[in-house]
Write a protein of this length. Structure first.
Length: 362
């Protein structure tokens, strides 16, 4: 498996890592087989979280006798020092280890939460204490919002950032990834297969937000079958200035398909780069979500995200299906104007919503 350096940590991580979220849906026996197959195929970076069901227990059981050959990262979603300390103690016990290589603040999706997390009684104090006691080597932070991670990097307190990035979710490439490279911060990519950066929960949304959905538009973008789609999606992510991507995997077949990319990756050729090129207009929504909440309960960020799929990526049929799955449509907007002053990019949101509705409605 090819390896890259995880920023200033100096850790050499396999470019395809293991995301532990989905193994909570399979048995302990099967999960151990899946995780060990990943290790046998050269994956050495394993990412889990206290919130991910029994993922930590399964990863711990699978890797106990090869612990020193692995890089294990976990996360705490608690916000206070006391609660997160309890999380860490549970994580170490579940992972069957006396230390984790990386402890991460989980799901810090707005600057207010970041500020609280880094306060005197916040979760960051637990992470620093864990590092000083040898319970964790490095500290990272995860967020669905690239602009929040930019603020986190500016504190110079974090060694890594974990952010969504994929062929149709590119907000992190605009400011976050270049800044992380400049500051030598390791970039870990989650959701390489999910068209999401905020609010909507991918696994619960219908129709599917997965870019591996069986939609003709997506096959044209990524490939004729699910294997080629997954591998091309990963190859796009790995062509960026990132250290490792962590697709969630719950079967040996998925592990083998994804690992092959990590073993064979040589970058994108000129034709592939051209194929994946996208031109965004001046009215491109970065999906920061700062325009919310809407007094009419319109999910502005999701609607404009779907419209970007329609207009920039030419995924018209899929975008219409996704919009059709929203309970509240943009046509109930009464042009109250509350959203537009909040937009850091000065977008004409009301006009964009009207255009999106007219183009996306069935």
């Amino acid at each position: 498996m090819l390896k890259r350096t995880l920023g200033r940590t100096g850790l050499k991580v396999s470019i395809v890592g293991f995301g532990g979220t989905w193994i909570c849906e399979i048995s302990m026996e099967e999960a151990v087989k899946v995780v060990r197959r990943a290790f046998d195929l050269g994956i050495n970076y394993f990412d889990t979280a206290r919130w991910d069901g029994d993922s930590e227990e399964k990863i711990g059981a699978a890797l106990e006798n090869v612990r020193e050959k692995c890089i294990i990262a976990t996360k705490t979603g608690s916000r206070t020092k006391r609660e997160s300390l309890k999380d860490l103690e549970t994580s170490l016990r579940s992972l069957r280890t006396d230390r984790v290589d990386l402890i991460q603040l989980h799901g810090i999706d707005d600057v207010e939460t970041l500020s609280k997390a880094m306060g005197s009684d916040g979760v960051f104090e637990t992470c620093k204490e864990a590092r000083s006691k040898g319970l964790a080597d490095y500290i990272g932070i995860s967020s669905h919002k690239p602009h929040v991670l930019v603020k986190a990097i500016e504190t110079n307190e974090f060694d890594t950032v974990l952010v969504p990035l994929n062929v149709v979710t590119r907000q992190a490439l605009e400011e976050l990834v270049p800044l992380a490279k400049e500051q030598n911060i390791g970039v870990i990519v989650m959701k390489p297969f999910s068209a999401k950066t905020s609010k909507l929960i991918t696994c619960l949304y219908q129709p599917s937000l997965s870019i591996l959905s069986d939609q003709p538009n997506l096959h044209k973008l990524l490939g004729k079958d699910m294997t080629s789609m997954a591998q091309n999606a990963l190859r796009f992510v790995l062509s960026q200035d990132i250290s490792v991507t962590i697709p969630g995997m719950r079967s040996i077949k998925e592990v083998e398909i994804n690992s092959q990319v990590g073993n064979d990756f040589k970058g994108l050729n000129s034709d592939e780069k051209k194929h994946f090129e996208v031109q965004f207009g001046n009215d491109y929504c970065r999906d920061c979500g700062l325009c919310l909440p809407c007094p009419r309960k319109i999910d502005i960020a999701s609607i404009l995200r779907f419209y970007t799929l329609y207009s920039a990526y030419n995924l018209k049929d899929w975008a219409r299906k996704l919009y059709g799955g929203l309970e509240t449509k943009a046509d109930i907007c009464n042009n109250c104007g509350e959203c537009e002053p909040k937009c850091p990019y000065g977008l004409s949101i009301s006009e964009m919503l009207e255009k999106a509705h007219n183009d996306l409605k069935e």
